[in-house]
Design a protein around this ligand. Structure first.
Ligand SMILES: [Zn+2]
Length: 206
């Protein structure tokens, strides 16, 4: 099958364009519907990989450290993301625990692992094994990884609970906020570049 990696299709009106290298800060727009086709990338593969590894470290902190500390009349309790998910599973809205755990813990973990896999290979100019299905999975996961929704939920819970109890945010909450920023930075990029950078070279003709 022939592929045309130098062409780009507008997602909104299906116009086809030939890609060209943009200068820093430039944006390529569709000539017909003015939608953004792609942007100039400030970050190279090494920077992208560094952000992904930082996200992996922050992910561990967000899952190991408590997100909130609760105190009431000398009694203290801490809750991590995992404990929040298991507490939900035991409560009256147990079904919510599944999408909670998937979108807050499982999907971000899969995203970070897959990005690390393709970027580690791309950093040495190689295409990772299973590259095409991994890229399709990353595109499918993008809307389902919702760390920012979790963060908003925790902040609302902290404010509501602080009316009755002494609630203080834990290290896990700050790590979750950092994770939200890092996931946005690594996942909302033009992944087309990875296809171009790792494209196998045609065999040299003799
Ligand atoms: Zn268009």
């Amino acid at each position: 099958m022939r592929t045309f990696s130098d062409l780009i299709v507008c997602e909104h009106c299906d116009s086809v364009y030939r890609r060209r290298t943009l200068l820093p800060g430039e944006v390529a727009r569709c000539g017909r519907c003015a939608a953004i086709l792609y942007r100039a990338q400030r970050l190279d593969i090494a920077g992208w990989l560094a952000l992904t590894l930082a996200a992996a470290i922050v992910f561990v902190i967000a899952n190991v450290c408590p997100v909130i500390h609760i105190s009431l009349q000398g009694l203290h309790n801490d809750a991590t993301l995992w404990e929040s998910a298991t507490a939900l599973a035991r409560g009256p809205i147990a079904l919510i625990a599944v999408p909670f755990a998937l979108s807050i813990i499982v999907f971000p973990l899969v995203q970070i692992s897959l990005f690390a896999w393709v970027l580690l290979h791309a950093s040495v100019g190689r295409r990772a094994p299973g590259f095409a299905p991994v890229m399709r999975l990353l595109a499918a996961l993008r809307p389902w990884s919702m760390v920012e929704v979790c963060l908003l939920g925790i902040l609302v819970a902290v404010v509501k609970l602080s009316n009755f109890l002494q609630v203080t945010p834990g290290a896990g909450l700050w790590a979750t906020a950092g994770l939200m920023m890092l996931i946005m930075l690594i996942a909302n990029r033009d992944t087309q570049r990875l296809w171009e950078l790792t494209e196998p070279k045609p065999p040299a003709s003799v």
